[in-house]
Design a protein around this ligand. Structure first.
Ligand code: AMP
Length: 227
């Protein structure tokens, strides 16, 4: 299935596998993948004014202020044609409310909110083992998906790096921030009847299969509703 005009939000604590699953679902359904974390990292690497503004928050494991995130996402939404999947946005109630408002103003709505559930202990072991390739963006994990040659990307041979915010103290801080500010979104979207959860501790391919089954069901009911 491709080019489906679905609008999906992927939630989950840091390290739950949002990036991996977002790529799989976007490839499968022809959706634009919008990762606010990736957008901020690109701005920081380019040393733009926005990048300089957000860099310090990211390094410390804190959230970028809502108004900065919302401005960037609103600009991005304007440039998106077709369906999309947000990965890492919204992360606070004000961001979720603002997204609802922006969508309502353009007569659009969210079709589905998917949550990847994972226990905090598992998050810490996963995230401190995460290594990524700055060249092609491929992500590895020393425990669950080690590169074939130590420190080298299987895909392009680049030198793998650990994200500055994946060191243990920062991971713990990010988890606390998640519990305080992002977890309330589960209740918010549950009451809207859009919410579905998958166990994020399963192998990535199994998680993808379960997420895809949910997306297929929602896509089918949507095209049925359209008649
Ligand atoms: P991620 O790659 O999604 O884990 O994001 C990395 C970092 O970017 C986060 O720890 C935050 O500092 C920042 N960030 C990404 N998305 C958001 C958001 N929606 N709201 C606030 N900060 C964000």
């Amino acid at each position: 299935m491709s080019g489906t005009e679905l609008r999906i939000i992927l939630l989950g604590c840091p390290g739950a596998g949002k990036g991996t699953q977002a790529k799989a679902l976007c490839g499968r359904y022809g959706l634009s993948h919008v990762s606010t974390g990736d957008l901020f990292r690109a701005e920081a690497a380019a040393k733009s004014a926005l990048g300089r503004k957000v860099e310090d928050f990211m390094k410390r494991g804190m959230l970028v202020p809502d108004e900065v995130v919302i401005e960037m996402v609103a600009a991005k939404l304007d440039s998106l044609a077709g369906g999309w999947l947000f990965d890492g946005f919204p992360r606070t109630l004000p961001q979720a409310q603002e997204l609802d408002k922006v969508l309502r103003d353009s007569d659009k709505r969210i079709d589905l909110v998917l949550n990847l559930g994972l226990r905090p202990e598992e998050v810490i072991s996963r995230m401190t083992g995460r290594r990524s390739c700055p060249g092609c963006g491929e992500v590895f994990n020393l425990k669950s998906r080690p590169p074939k040659a130590e420190g080298r990307c299987d895909k392009c041979g680049g030198t793998l790096v650990q994200r500055e915010d994946d060191v243990e103290a920062t991971v713990r801080k990010r988890l606390m921030v998640y519990e305080d500010l992002t977890q309330p979104l589960v209740a918010y979207y549950r009451t809207e009847g859009l919410f579905e959860e998958v166990d994020g501790s399963q192998p990535a391919s199994e998680v993808t299969a379960q997420l895809a089954a949910i997306v297929d069901r929602v896509a089918a009911s949507r095209s049925g509703a359209k008649g």
